[in-house]
Design a protein around this ligand. Sequence first.
Ligand SMILES: *[C@@H]1O[C@H](CO)[C@@H](O)[C@H](O)[C@H]1NC(C)=O
Ligand SMILES: *[C@@H]1O[C@H](CO)[C@@H](O)[C@H](O)[C@H]1NC(C)=O
Ligand SMILES: [Cu+2]
Length: 164
Amino acid sequence: MASSRLLMIIAIVAVFVPSILAAEHMVGDKTGWTPGFDYQTWAHGKAFLVGDTLVFKYTPGEHNVLRVNGTGFQECKAANDTVPLSTGNDVIPLSTPGRKWYICGVAKHCESGNQKLFITVLPQSASPATSPSPTPTGTSPSGAAGNFASRYYGFIVAIVGILG
Ligand SMILES: *[C@@H]1O[C@H](CO)[C@@H](O)[C@H](O)[C@H]1NC(C)=O
Ligand SMILES: *[C@@H]1O[C@H](CO)[C@@H](O)[C@H](O)[C@H]1NC(C)=O
Ligand SMILES: [Cu+2]
């Protein structure tokens, strides 16, 4: 019966979409936020979408998180007025698309330990990513629709299965 099938789909969407739409990226996975870890390799091939969050985990006092610009990333320098995050469980919502840079401001962790992260946040809407990125990584999907589809492929298949 078509209408009960439709209700079932609506119920599934209502339950699962809010939680799957926002991905939480644990920076460094089990390693967390520390010197000597390759955060660029960690970030490579991951899709960071608007609405997702980054979580920086570390022992409070040992590290912190500073948002910087591209120059600050290269030079391991934050602007004077940058307020460090320092709880050890710092949750950063990715609310706008574009490039984001984060460094640790403690001691020489950024300079000597490469404790820095650079990501590109992609829009979640159907319009293609407009970032004039000079980094042809080859792994990024052609647009936001592609990002969305690849992440939620299983979910979409399930819906199509119910429909069929
Ligand atoms: C980057 O941030 C520094 C402060 O750390 C600032 O002096 C500089 O103008 C910024 N560069 C750009 C391109 O915004
Ligand atoms: C940043 O700090 C330096 C000294 O450490 C000072 O000379 C400079 O004026 C400060 N800049 C701002 C924008 O507060
Ligand atoms: Cu550190």
